[in-house]
Write a protein that binds this ligand. Sequence first.
Ligand SMILES: [Zn+2]
Length: 173
Amino acid sequence: MKKILNIILFTFLFILLFSCSTKSNNKGNEKMSKNEKPKIDKNIQCNSLTENEEYIMLEAGTEKPFTGELLYNKEEGLYLCKRCNNVLFLSDTKFDSKSGWPSFDEAVDGSIKYVKDGSRTEVLCAKCGGHLGHVFYGEGFNSKNTRYCVNSLSLNFEPNKNDNEKPTEQLSE
Ligand SMILES: [Zn+2]
């Protein structure tokens, strides 16, 4: 009788141990995959993206230099995240770095998330996690010594509405 009880007890303990170790293994795996890919929230409600835009924003790709639609844009307005419309940069922080990508010397407070990427620092949209580009310091391009190098395909431009009204105002004065 004792033997049978022992066997039952042993089997029960074995099952308990086994299920615990399986659980902790799963937790370990979850943690690992989270560490490897901390960035993109693919479930967030977002604008639909083209294949190229998805490659840039979700796979951290880089568009070819000197191809971006907004590279030479000098209009006054706001630069928004193409994925979630988060306001990232103001037009008066844009400058021509001759690098081939839209460049800014400052980002809107709290709009950007910074992630170490080897010797560089990757910049992501703080709201949706979409990849924007990289930020470089100490290059001497401007007084802030900062260059946000951003893919044009990660950005939408919203011109200042006042711009269109100015000429009429000036005429009436
Ligand atoms: Zn975003």
